[in-house]
Design a protein around this ligand. Sequence first.
Ligand code: GLU
Length: 354
Amino acid sequence: MVRVRFAPSPSGSLHVGGALTAVANRRFADEHGGTFLVRIDDTDPERSEIASEEAILNDLAWLGIKPDEPPIRQSARGDLYRQAADSLAERGLLTEDAGALRATTAWRPTLIRADGSATYHLASVVDDGELGITHVIRGRDHLSSTDLHVELARGLEYDIPEYVHHGLLVNADGKKLSKRDGATSVSALRDGGIPAEAVRAYLEELSVPKHDVQLDLSRLERLSIDAIAALEDADLVGRVGVSLRLAPALRGARTLKEGRAFADQIEAVPGRRELAEAEHVAIQRLIDLRERAPEQLDRDTAKALLREVKAVGGNLRTVREVLTGERRGPELWTVLYALDRDEMLSRLEQGLRP
Ligand code: GLU
């Protein structure tokens, strides 16, 4: 029976690189009808924050990654680690050094600190053993710990899990992503308006990379466009926090954030745009047509009105500027569709006022 785990250290928010590991583990469990666990590696009290733990669990949930059992916290399992240290000591696999206990291997890494707390290496091996982890899937930055982990697991008579180390997500210089590289945390992508489905799809696409891969923000944006296109109207407007009438206007947005900006353009009453004499005819024509049309336009009528404006030589950019105060934005017919009659007329008439 496959059992895998994602074991974040709660010392910051969930990074896309960490999310890649989480997604790879979740998928592996699903493909094998196995169990996926989340383990909070909070053995280092100075670097562990409860807020970070909550943020990580929240980001995982946002990505649709659910653990099959409640998360486990290493800080609650100290006794287990000390027992394990005792049995390693009985076997002569530990040596004492200034109050700390170190493994008797070439590096002599610390397993138990002088204050009696376990370090990541021991805690991780004990937990993987006790939790019956069959496959450890993690970033290749942990490759160098693996010999030690196998040795400790042998010493503790645990079944040795299979270790799989995936390539890391890196920046354009091939370096591990850091804060300096911009939106590289899951929450930053969310704040940037990338839907969860797009982030998840991107990470699924990367799968378990053998080599390091450069984070491809343009690919993420492409997937964001696809994800937005696949959302039902009600879901889309719900995520942006606007009414259903704005759904068509949101359709051309590349991110939910851009969708929000499109909605803002329509919802905010624009400043007055002085019209040149030659522009009056088209705007007056639109006023006449809009007065006669129903309170709310249907899609075809909204498009038809714009055709009429063009037919009298009107410039659609002028219409956009009068209605939104902007030169670019959502498809123009969607602006007409979103505005009710009074609001649209008041913006148009404002344009004509001397
Ligand atoms: N807490 C470690 C990390 O966040 C986990 C490493 C492992 O998967 O064993 O990198």
